[in-house]
Structures are given as C-alpha cells and as structure tokens.
Design a binder for this molecule. Structure first.
Ligand SMILES: [Zn+2]
Length: 212
C-alpha cells in the first residue's frame, strides 16, 4: 500500500537530509505546504484566489483551507509521498486521516528521535571554515588544532550567531511546544514509529527505509 509519510524531527535532527535521500534514492517526492502556498500566489483557481485573499488581509490561513490545498496538491501523486509542513497540529492530523482514506494510502508517522542535549551540542558545537566551508563540531568532530581549520591553519573557524546556546535553547523549546501535541496524537493512536537519530546519516536512512 502506498504511504503518506509524516517525518517529525527537531531542528538539527536531520529531517531535511532524510527527506532528500528518500526522494533521490526511492523517488518518493517531498510535498511541502511552503511550496503549495508559493504555487497559490501564481495560480488563479478558486482555491488559490481564496488563499490569496486571506494572505492579502494578513490573516492566518485556516486549517480547512490548508487542508483543501493539501488535498488538491496531493491528488496529483499516484504513489507514496512525504508530506512536509502538514500536519502541524492534532486537528490537522485528524484531517489527514480522512485524506489518507480517500487516497487509499497508509499514514506512516516517523519521529527522528534525538535527545535534546545531543541536539544542543550538534547545534552549539558547530563551526565552519570560512575558506573551504569544512564543518566541524567541537563535541563530535573537533579540528586538530583549537578553532582553526585542518586545511587552512590561518583561518579561524566561524560560529554562526544563530547557534549560540541561548538561541538554540529557544529554538528547541519552541519545537517541543509546537510538536508535542502531534507526537502525542500519533503515539496515542499507536502509530508513532521512532528511529534513533543519534547515529550517522546512512544508519538513520536505513532505519527509516525499513519502516516504509
Ligand atoms: Zn578550511
């Protein structure tokens, strides 16, 4: 049975990377609501006009409108697909059940599970070489010499302003707050699958592939 894959993962958990791998290797397209909204701006279907009016008024697009948009867009997909940006809430997750039934597909909710303190280190420890772009991590992959690139000893490594401990903590707390209801929904309906997101990219990919 074809699937609707809902990937859940905190910032830094590697969700985007895994979605890209699934697309490249298995031909499972990633369909994002961000792209849909962009498409709506340049379209003149009745739904597009409705969305344009809502956005022009500076209002939040209501769930039922987003849902119709998702329905129209995904109707074009004959096989499995990854849905990105929807559902974000338990209400939306319920809406998706109806869509899955209509499309005769099975929902597969997969959480890329990484402990928060590990994620924090991944993000706050990240450093990059301004010359070659090589990525280091002071916790997991430190350069041979403190704070300089292995290949460019003259270059001090960069630490992005977004990756300070304070900002990372806020980002992760926001994620948790927003995503917990969705995780609870899939957990309570007995459908949440977890893969350990602490390992290497390829390892995580293999675990995800086993589930789909
Ligand atoms: Zn370098």
């Amino acid at each position: 049975m074809d699937k609707i894959i809902v990937l859940i993962g905190a910032p830094g958990a590697g969700k985007g990377t895994q979605a890209r791998l699934l697309e490249e290797r298995r031909g499972i397209p990633q369909i994002s609501t961000g792209d849909m909204f962009r498409e709506m701006k340049n379209s003149d279907t009745p739904l597009a006009k409705e969305v344009q009016a809502i956005m022009a008024a500076g209002k939040l697009v209501p769930d039922d409108v987003t849902f119709r948009m998702v329905g129209e867009r995904t109707a074009r997909e004959s096989g499995s697909y990854i849905l990105d940006g929807f559902p974000r809430t338990a209400v939306q997750a319920e809406m998706l059940e109806a869509l899955a039934e209509e499309q005769n597909k099975k929902i597969e909710a997969i959480l890329i599970d990484v402990p928060l303190d590990h994620l924090e280190k991944r993000m706050t420890g990240r450093r990059s070489c301004p010359v070659c772009g090589e990525i280091y991590n002071i916790y997991f992959k430190s350069p041979k010499n403190n704070n300089v690139c292995d290949f460019h000893p003259e270059a001090q490594l960069n630490h992005r302003a977004d990756d300070t401990e304070e900002k990372v903590k806020v980002r992760l707390a926001t994620y948790q707050e927003q995503t917990k209801p969705l995780i609870d929904y899939y957990e309570n309906t007995g459908r949440l699958q977890k893969v350990n997101g602490e390992g290497e990219m390829e390892e995580i990919y293999r675990d995800i592939e086993k589930l789909i």
